[in-house]
Design a protein around this ligand. Structure first.
Ligand code: NAD
Ligand code: UDP
Length: 352
């Protein structure tokens, strides 16, 4: 992709965990990228590091600190540049917080998305990749989860994903010019192999691996294991962990499909590895990669948690020509490399 042929992609939430890694891969693939993010759960330092990692392509990245709920400010970004497509990561994602603050979640995730879709329509930019989640499968009756499983959200966060998927389907139904990829991520972990960018959640981590990582660097005393009486190999919950670099490449594959397929419509794809790993297996892999002992406190199940969730990867493999390459050893190796080099993420002990 050279000169005037360089496609321009708007990445919402591009300062965040998955957005920063995907932005880097887009730049290295020759795309021009404009990131908008309100930095609610991220740091501008991530964007600076992405530009540096992209080397000669770094100058194709620009950043606007904008909240999607601010329609005027978002509109302004669209008036500066014509986008060929949008990858929409921006959203709040903490399940527990969504139960405590449902209106915040509906406002941020749904109003933000509606604004974005309206502005995209006004600017005749109708190609979208959206970050959905395996959470829309709720407590699946069987595994692996295929894309045609019944959908059922267990909490307000999950409902925002479900509603946005429906909004996208309706938008496409009403206007077939829309081309939309709904990507259902399983459990993204790991970091870029440089260890310069990675996951840095604000406050106490909700997800397993960021918590494990903080125990390893001494920021938390122990990992609380939620549930040891599941009907799984060792009693702990089973998930489909996917390396964030594989996930990022899945977005590039989805974009390519959007650009290359005439009548793509609104399609949904799982992005996972198809492998189920238990909490204890994940902890063991991380201990091996880091050489650190992770003290455990065995506790009751976390309400609403499904027992076992992993993806059927067939549709993405066949239609996107994409397949995850990395296993849990590489995920833990790269997560530890990031943690070791950045024990306080992008911040410092004072900002913890
Ligand atoms: P993240 O919090 O690191 O990134 C999201 C980014 O969006 C943050 O930088 C945040 O500041 C920004 N943001 C939030 N609301 C915004 C708004 N109104 N306007 C502008 N920016 C806003 O999270 P992530 O892990 O990178 O997740 C990215 C997307 O993928 C989210 O939509 C999330 O729900 C989805 N997802 C994540 C996971 C996961 O486990 N990480 C799993 C499935 C789906
Ligand atoms: N988990 C845990 N302790 C934690 C966080 C998570 O035991 O502090 C377990 C959780 O019960 C689940 C697995 O780790 O079985 C993955 O949880 P996570 O929140 O990362 O992903 P999700 O449940 O949303 O798939």
């Amino acid at each position: 992709m050279e000169g005037e042929w360089r496609k321009s992609i708007l990445v919402t939430g591009g300062a965040g965990y998955i957005g920063s890694h995907t932005t880097l891969q887009l730049l290295l693939d020759g795309y021009k990228v404009v990131v908008i993010d309100n930095l609610d759960n991220s740091s501008e330092e991530a964007v600076r590091r992405v530009a540096k990692l992209a080397g000669e392509y770094g100058h194709n990245l620009s950043f606007h600190q904008v909240d999607l709920r601010d329609k005027e400010a978002t509109e302004k970004v669209f008036s500066l540049e014509k986008f060929d497509a949008v990858i929409h990561f921006a959203g709040l994602k903490a399940v527990g917080e969504s139960v405590a603050k449902p209106l915040l979640y509906y406002n941020n995730n749904i109003v933000g998305t509606l604004n974005l879709l309206e502005i995209m329509t006004a600017h005749n930019c109708k190609k979208l990749v959206f970050s959905s989640s395996a959470t829309v499968y709720g407590q699946p009756n069987e595994v692996p989860c295929t894309e045609d499983f019944p959908l059922c959200a267990m909490n307000p966060y999950g409902r925002t994903k479900l509603f946005i998927e429906e909004i996208c389907r309706d938008a496409h139904q009403a206007d077939p010019e829309w081309k939309i990829m709904l990507l259902r991520y399983f459990n993204p972990v790991g970091a870029h192999s440089s260890g310069n960018i990675g996951e840095d959640p604000r406050g106490i981590p909700n997800n397993l691996m960021p918590f494990v990582q903080q125990v390893a660097v001494g920021r938390r005393p122990e990992l609380v294991v939620f549930g040891t009486d599941y009907k799984t190999k060792d009693g702990t919950g089973v998930r489909d962990y996917i390396h964030v670099m594989d996930l990022s490449d899945g977005h590039i594959a989805a974009l390519r499909k959007l650009f290359e397929t005439k009548d793509i419509g609104c399609e949904v794809y799982n992005l996972g590895t198809g492998q189920g790993t238990s909490v204890l297996e994940m902890v063991a892999a991380f201990e091996k990669a880091s050489g650190k002992k992770i003290p455990l406190k065995l506790a009751d199940r976390r309400p609403g948690d499904p027992e076992t969730v992993y993806a059927s990867t067939e549709k993405a493999e066949q239609e996107l020509n994409w397949k995850a390459q990395y296993g849990i050893e590489e995920m833990c190796r790269d997560q530890w490399n990031w943690a070791r080099k950045n024990p306080w993420g992008y911040g410092s002990p004072e900002t913890d």
